[in-house]
Design a protein. Sequence first.
Lengths: 168, 105
Amino acid sequence: MNKETLQLILVSGPIASGKTTFAKCYKNAFLQSLEIKGLKEGIKAETSFASLSTLSDEDLPLLEKAHRKGYRITIYFLFTGRLLTCLRGRYRQIAEGIPFDEAEAKKEYEHSYKGLEEISRLADLVFFIRNQKEFKFLKAYEPKNMDKEQFHKAIKLVKKAVDTIKEA
Amino acid sequence: MSMKKTLTKKVINGKEYFYLVYRKKGSLKSEYLGDASSVKYKKYLFSLVKESGTYGLDKARKKNHAAGVPVVYVENGFLVDEYRNGVKEYLDAKLKVVKVEVPHE
């Protein structure tokens, strides 16, 4: 009998994009009731797990490692928009006392998208979800079976759409 | 009114496959969704739990309002600051308030 494929379900997106909330809402649906662990810890244990990530530079080598170990990687990426991310972060600081540095957040925001582009060669399935008021399922991609440029174009299109706030 | 569809599972060679079974003009129809990792199946799950989509906003609303700050989201391309008293401020890209909505009694 075939050895069961290891699953890594990654909820990702910029700061204050709703990763934790998404994980709570869909724990038994999209996260398939898998335990939520840190990437390092989960890969070390060599079991299927779910994780939350902003796709920062530190996370990418870990995801490469997971890929080498034969994990099937599914990503739920949350798009929120730069201004909304900053405002949510600012209000979260007041409401919950979570430290927030706007300049750093803006940098990390762009970094998350770069991370998503980078990870396209490792991920088996990527779901785009818009979270500006509620979770809206946009599209699903299999980056390994599509042109790299085409996938990057898809990211840019959604990013542009969520970043656009009307001019009065 | 939406048609009532029942989710059924078939196990073939130890692998689970999902179908939606429903009645159309008296006859029984089935719609194949694929295995647990298929996009169609996930979309179906998503439709079931769609109401959870507002959970995030409700949670943020409660927390922020308790702390005395508005909850912020995007509506029709404008940023919206929603305050505890129900007042909504619509902001543009320069964070300038362009419209204020006061709830009716």
